[in-house]
Write a protein that binds this ligand. Structure first.
Ligand SMILES: [Zn+2]
Ligand SMILES: [Zn+2]
Length: 331
């Protein structure tokens, strides 16, 4: 099979991913072999490729927003039929025995394995997965489109869930990339009123099209206090600016995987039982619920596609914010 392999991390401009031809893996036990048709490209892949995060193994094939068809199954796997279209996200496997797993927080598993980090991912024609960690993709979405649900989509969905949204509540969304674009549509479907804060004129237009009631910059005053807010951009200075928008008892969720330093701020911004919480990974239940919503709603998903061998270029364009919506490699 063809795969884009990372042997040595480096700046994406130096093309650290190499196209190789290797034998496809064989499924054993509870594993399924997926013939990959599309794999999303994510900022985490860029961090892996450039070596910004510690890599537990090298060489590694990145990619954790995988859509494809089950081609073969291990001798003990029986829950997913051969031929089924499935998705494989970031959460590859959890131990089921550690404190977080037993507390129903498998996204925080002490021994969690992540796709494209601990095990080979989807920048390849085939990938292995455990049968309990793949999900049927609802009809009505193309393979490349559906990849954007499996990381950005589900992180935004989890951030929204952590805000316990109720109908008619005002939800702020700060930053309007792929993740926020999915989340605004789900929040609207839940009956929430959405306020979007973004600098880009094109994003403001898109936010309005997707159902936002108010759009503006973070320096603008929407004229009402928000019940909840989610920050999608990895910029610490947005934390005090967003807290300023929240009512007493409101929640601010941080959906970025990384974030620059949060500046010192007066306690009055937090006082009044406002809650700030981060979002880390997602559970199997989050993915199942998101895919259920996606099956019910016609979510509008925007994805730019690239051939597998152009993975370095896709990541480079993502790094320089030259992509609208999501990006995916197609095989
Ligand atoms: Zn991701
Ligand atoms: Zn665990």
């Amino acid at each position: 099979m063809r795969a884009m392999v990372l042997r040595k991390p480096g700046p994406i401009e130096s093309n650290p991913l190499e196209l190789v031809e290797i034998p496809p893996p064989k499924p054993k036990g509870h594993e399924v072999l997926i013939r990959v048709t599309a794999c999303g490209v994510c900022h985490t892949d860029l961090h892996i490729t450039e070596g910004d995060i510690e890599l537990p193994r090298l060489p590694i094939i990145p990619g954790h927003q995988i859509v494809g068809r089950v081609e073969a199954v291990g001798e003990a796997a029986w829950t997913i039929p051969v031929g089924e279209r499935v998705g494989l996200p970031w959460l590859y496997h959890v131990c089921g025995e550690c404190g977080p797993c037993l507390a129903d927080q498998e996204n925080l598993c002490d021994h969690g394995q992540f796709t494209g980090l601990h095990v080979h991912g989807g920048y390849a024609e085939y990938v292995l997965a455990h049968e309990d960690y793949v999900y049927p993709i609802p009809k009505g979405y193309g393979d490349a489109e559906a990849t954007s649900l499996l990381c950005g989509g589900v992180i935004g969905f989890r951030a929204l869930q952590l805000c316990s949204p109720k109908p008619n509540e005002r939800i702020g969304m700060v930053g309007f990339g792929n993740s926020a674009q999915v989340t605004v549509q789900i929040a609207r479907a839940m009956g929430c009123r959405v306020y979007v804060f973004t600098r880009s004129k094109a994003h403001r237009r898109l936010a309005t099209e997707l159902g936002a009631e108010w759009v503006g910059g973070i320096e603008n005053d929407p004229g009402v206090l928000l019940d909840k807010a989610i920050i999608f951009a990895p910029a610490g200075p947005l934390v005090p600016l967003s807290l300023r928008l929240l009512r007493k008892g409101g929640t601010l969720a941080l959906a970025g995987i990384t974030m620059s330093q949060i500046p010192a701020m007066p306690y009055s911004l937090l006082y009044g039982e406002r809650v700030v919480r981060s979002v880390a990974n997602s559970t199997r239940d989050d993915i199942k619920k998101l895919l259920f919503y996606a099956g019910d709603l016609p979510l509008k998903l925007r994805v730019t596609t690239f051939a597998l061998e152009l993975a370095n270029e896709a990541l480079r364009r993502m790094k320089h914010s030259e992509l609208e919506g999501g990006a995916a490699l197609v095989m």
